[in-house]
Design a protein around this ligand. Structure first.
Ligand code: ADP
Ligand code: MG
Ligand code: MG
Length: 339
């Protein structure tokens, strides 16, 4: 029998459009003889669109408004074998939707509430990684309330880290709200931008020079496997939104041209992080590699990585011999596996 998948896409986050393009990729790439995929788009208002509106939204690439209450959508979801929450960012990748599906008793692809929430929040991720001795760049957490109470707190944290540094909303993705801050005069603007997306903001020391960016795919539940390591190369100051989503601005290199020991280290740390954060199903774990020093730093964990046929995650597994359709089949199996 065909596997019946409910594909959730869009959602309330700054990565709404990215999610819709991943969904279009999945719909086009999955073999019709093995899968019956029903898309359901969530509007930017967080409401679940009926089928006709979903089709329109997929074509338009965005759904600003409209939709029904999500609880009614959940009742419909119960008639599928599995839900694939192809949602990025807050209210999608952060454990909220995962909690709703857990309450409804519907199996779903990917991490549960804890793994999703802990991996979404960059500060929480760092705290867990630190407890497990996984290397990362020096960082500081600032909350909106803290900065309101003590406006000098940000400058103090920034001076401790040194410039240039990165300012990021703790819960976001696709580089939305991220700035590279070159000096004290750029700090306020960067904080305002980051705090517009989250009440928790992370300041991060920059690597020594522009890092090489290595990514590894993890697949599995309690016995996860690591893919070969891939590298992203691009011609920009850092991997910002425009560079990520403008065709041809970045190229993927699989396997990454790095020493064998570096690749093995990256895979080992990625597996350790996946377990430490209680992830499940899949994750793409991203690293910085300082070629000058040979040091690797874990940057972040994405529990629902970009998933178009040209995205890094499926291509890392293709390099390991797993086709796009086989990868989705495996994810569905993992979603329904006894643990
Ligand atoms: P997102 O979750 O939005 O992808 P990231 O933390 O991955 O956010 O940051 C986006 C990009 O910014 C990275 O891919 C990298 O190019 C650059 N960057 C972020 N933090 C640092 C850092 N500490 N040092 C050097 N570059 C960084
Ligand atoms: Mg991310
Ligand atoms: Mg990133």
């Amino acid at each position: 029998a065909k596997v019946r998948i409910l594909l959730l896409a869009g959602g309330q986050s700054g990565e709404h459009e990215v999610s819709l393009s991943s969904a279009r990729g999945v719909l086009a790439a999955l073999p019709k003889d093995r899968f019956e995929v029903t898309p359901l788009v969530i509007s930017k208002e967080g409401r679940w669109l009926p089928p006709a509106d979903t089709t329109r939204a997929l074509e338009a690439g965005v759904a600003e408004t409209g939709g029904d209450l999500m609880l009614r959508g959940v009742a419909d979801a119960a008639s599928f074998d599995v839900v694939f929450p192809l949602l990025h960012g807050p209210n999608g990748e952060d454990g909220t939707v995962q909690g709703l599906l857990t309450l409804a008793g519907i199996p779903f692809v990917g991490s549960g509430v804890l793994g999703s929430a802990a991996s979404m929040d960059k500060a929480m991720t760092k705290q867990v990684l630190a407890a497990h001795g996984i290397p990362q760049v020096p960082w500081r957490l600032l909350t909106r309330a803290q900065v309101r109470r003590d406006p000098a707190a940000a400058l103090t944290a920034a001076r401790e880290l040194g410039f240039p540094l990165f300012v990021k909303p703790a819960n976001m993705g696709s580089s939305v709200g991220i700035s590279k801050v070159r000096g004290e005069d750029e700090l306020d603007g960067a904080l305002r931008e980051a705090f517009a997306h989250d009440r928790r903001v992370v300041l991060e020391a920059m690597t020594q020079g522009k890092p090489r960016e290595l990514e590894v795919g993890i697949l599995g539940n309690d016995a996860p496997m690591a893919s070969p390591v891939g590298e992203l190369r691009f011609d920009a100051d850092f991997y910002d939104y425009e560079t990520k989503y403008t065709e041809g601005r970045a190229t993927m290199h699989i396997p990454a041209d790095v020493p064998h020991a570096v690749a093995e280290q990256v895979r080992t740390y990625a597996l350790a992080a996946f377990r430490a954060l209680d992830c499940a199903g899949l994750a793409r774990i991203d690293f910085f590699y300082e070629a000058a020093t040979g040091q690797v730093y874990l940057n972040e964990v994405n529990t629902m990585p970009g998933f178009t046929p040209t995205s890094m995650y499926p291509n890392l597994w293709a390099a390991a011999g797993l086709s796009y359709a086989d990868l989705v089949t495996r994810l569905v199996e993992l979603a329904t596996e006894d643990r």
